[in-house]
Design a protein around this ligand. Structure first.
Ligand code: DOR
Length: 430
């Protein structure tokens, strides 16, 4: 089977070319190719990038299939331009054993729209008291390469030290949800003037920064690789910069929502804006954008967190934290990073695809667009704007803070190893 992407511009550079993919591999990149038997996708001058890789997705299967399944999460990922996602371990049962991690991997392959790599839990049941069998999960069919208790911090410093020591031996990465739990008891919003005025319990920046600093030092001493989930403060950026200058093997992600929204959104008390870590202040947003542009923050990750209506349409302090991200990520990155002049399309490929693949050592994703490389690609129309409609998303849940917002750029086509996994129909754009 072959696919011909007609009139596309790799990385948005140069004149349009045709890209032919045969048996999953790019075999020709030339102007005006002829391939009579190929499935033809006309890009009409659109941009082609390597398929996006998300290091942080909550798929909710097993356990909360009322909010997202591997099938609906895969469809949302393909629509968002993703060709690989990392499914977080806070499912029910928790992905703390090879039975669960291999199940998620196999079910993802069955659906076939996106590579779903399970993230293994660091601690048994995410309870933070005993290490999970990281080696067994790594040795399983899924070959787990990223471990995280995300949703919870591995707060015990000795346990985190041991996890990093094991990870170094296995050659895998520990992704930390950096939150010192004693500093965030009952916290629901960024600690600052807005939360004080609204009567919401504050979540200080120090809760994140204390753990980032601690874990950078623990990773240094263990000779391990640590990845910081959803960096949200200007202070975290400074710590990452310091640690990288010491040659500590630390990497970090930022979410689209932390690049675009600040805590002024909380004025309405709409719980769609409740998320962990919380939306911060405009000065943090500016620092995160600069850090992503400079490489101090390595990549974008969605923290796609579907929730049921009853868990969001309630009092702010009672709502579950988290927001959808897969289907709006590219547009939000374009609005915050490309339209502001901070990133070009090469830069988008770096933060959405190449760096995340490198961090976890994927060798078949985030590759250059070149002959002989995998036909795993995303086509983006940079000139079409669209209005987000929560109910029309492929996700089973609707908790997006971007509902009714007009955003730039649409993903028109996603291709995974030569198979078209998403193709936009005009009805999807309003
Ligand atoms: O807001 C969040 N929601 N942050 C997390 O770390 C976990 C996630 C979830 O699982 O809903």
């Amino acid at each position: 089977m072959s696919v011909l992407l007609r009139r596309v511009r790799p990385y948005g550079e140069g004149d349009p070319v045709d890209v032919l993919i045969e048996d999953g591999i790019i075999t020709r990149i030339e102007a005006d190719l002829d391939a009579p038997s190929a499935e033809v996708v006309d890009g009409a001058g659109a941009i082609v990038l390597p398929g996006f890789v998300d290091l942080h997705t909550h798929v909710r299967e097993p356990g909360r299939e009322d909010t997202e399944t591997i099938e609906t999460g895969s469809a949302a990922a393909a629509r968002g331009g993703y060709t690989a996602i990392f499914a977080m371990a806070n499912t029910s049962p928790v992905a703390d054993s090879v039975v669960v991690t291999d199940h998620v991997w196999r079910r993802g392959r069955e659906v076939g729209l996106v590579d779903i790599h399970p993230v293994g839990a660091v601690t048994v049941g995410l309870k933070g008291t005993a290490l999970a069998e990281m080696g067994t999960m790594h040795a399983g069919e899924a070959g787990v390469r990223l471990f995280s208790d995300d949703g919870h911090c591995v707060a015990d410093p000795l346990l985190m030290r041991r996890a990093l020591e094991y990870a170094a031996g296995l050659g895998v990465v520990v992704a930390q949800h950096a939150e010192e739990p004693r500093l965030t008891e009952n916290a629901v919003a960024h600690e600052g003037a807005t939360a004080a005025r609204l009567g919401l319990t504050g979540w200080p920046r120090s809760a994140e920064e204390a753990i980032v600093a601690r874990d950078a030092i623990l990773a240094r001493d263990a000779g391990a690789r640590v990845h910081i989930c959803h960096a949200s403060t200007a202070g975290t950026v400074q710590l990452l910069d310091w640690a990288k200058k010491q040659d500590i093997a630390i990497t970090a992600e930022v979410t689209p929502h932390h690049l675009f929204l600040d805590d002024s959104r909380l004025e309405t008390y709409d719980a769609v804006n409740r998320v962990n870590p919380p939306l911060r202040e405009a000065s943090d947003v500016a620092a995160l954008r600069e850090a992503l542009a400079s490489g101090v923050v390595d990549c974008v990750a969605t923290d796609h967190a579907p929730h049921a209506e009853q868990d969001k349409c309630c009092e702010f302090s009672q709502a579950r934290p988290g927001m959808l991200g897969l289907e709006t990520a590219l547009s939000v990155v374009v609005a915050s990073m490309v339209e502001t002049g901070l990133l070009d399309w090469r830069g988008v490929a770096r933060v959405m695809s190449e760096r995340p693949a490198e961090i976890v050592g994927l060798t078949d994703q985030g590759r250059p667009i070149a002959v002989g490389e995998p036909g795993t690609l995303t086509v983006v129309d940079p000139d079409t704007r669209w209005t987000v409609a929560a109910q029309d998303l492929a996700s089973l849940s609707a908790n997006t803070p971007f509902d009714a917002l007009e955003l730039p750029a649409v993903v028109t086509t996603t291709v995974l190893r030569g198979r078209v996994t998403h193709r936009r129909t005009t009805s999807e754009v309003s």
